[in-house]
Design a protein around this ligand. Structure first.
Ligand code: ADP
Length: 193
């Protein structure tokens, strides 16, 4: 049973490395960005609420996000643990996650932070925009997403560092190199049986 947060600014590679990490740990990836986009694509009520925030690069209100995550973490496949990609992003979300975990008699094992220089990030996101056509990958919205990340999410890193569960990975290198670094953390989290 392993519970890991994958943190870092937009474009740091959370989605890419969440998959590898979760595969190694044998747990599902739960990505709030993917959950929102899937709701938008399916035209659900949640999707209709979330869309304008996503398009503007703003966070979806905590209440909406927390309810969605609470439901998702209560599903069967989450019993074995998970890698959370993109949650929590605010102090209030972090408090709610603590409360959910307490209710399940669990603790958080690690917060893995991908660190990348912000100009490298903007380039990566603009390149991704040409391939994936995400509505929030325009330069203006990307800049807003960084601002929001720095004001609302960066303070969470101190919270987890204070608990001694914070692992930093330099993620400016190519994907294979970063994957190797993430792997080293995964090995620490899951010692060989
Ligand atoms: P990125 O990390 O590149 O910004 P994500 O796919 O993780 O991409 O998130 C895309 C968008 O989804 C965010 O800009 C925000 O609007 C919404 N979102 C994702 N996770 C959260 C969250 N925990 N709280 C509020 N909004 C969120």
């Amino acid at each position: 049973m392993t519970t890991v947060l994958l943190m870092g600014p937009p474009g740091a590679g959370k989605g890419t490395h969440a998959g590898h990490l979760a595969g190694h740990l044998g747990v599902p990836v739960i990505s709030t960005g993917d959950l929102f986009r899937s709701n938008v694509a399916r035209g659900t009520e949640l999707g209709r609420t979330a869309q304008r925030y996503l398009d503007a690069g703003e966070y979806v209100p905590d209440e909406v996000t927390n309810d969605m995550v609470r439901d998702r973490l209560a599903q069967d496949d989450a019993r074995s643990g998970w890698v959370l990609d993109g949650y929590p992003r605010t102090l209030e979300q972090a408090a709610v996650l603590d409360e959910i975990l307490r209710g399940q008699g669990r603790a958080l094992d690690a917060a893995l932070v991908l660190l990348v220089d912000s100009e490298v990030l903007v380039d990566r996101l603009l390149r991704r925009a040409e391939i994936e056509h995400r509505s929030d990958d325009t330069e203006e919205v990307i800049r807003r997403r960084f601002e929001v990340y720095h004001t609302q999410t960066a303070p969470l890193l101190n919270l987890y560092a204070g608990r001694g569960i914070h692992y930093e990975v330099d993620a400016s290198a190519d994907i294979d190199t970063v994957r190797g670094r993430v792997w080293q953390v995964a090995v620490e989290l899951k010692p060989a049986a």
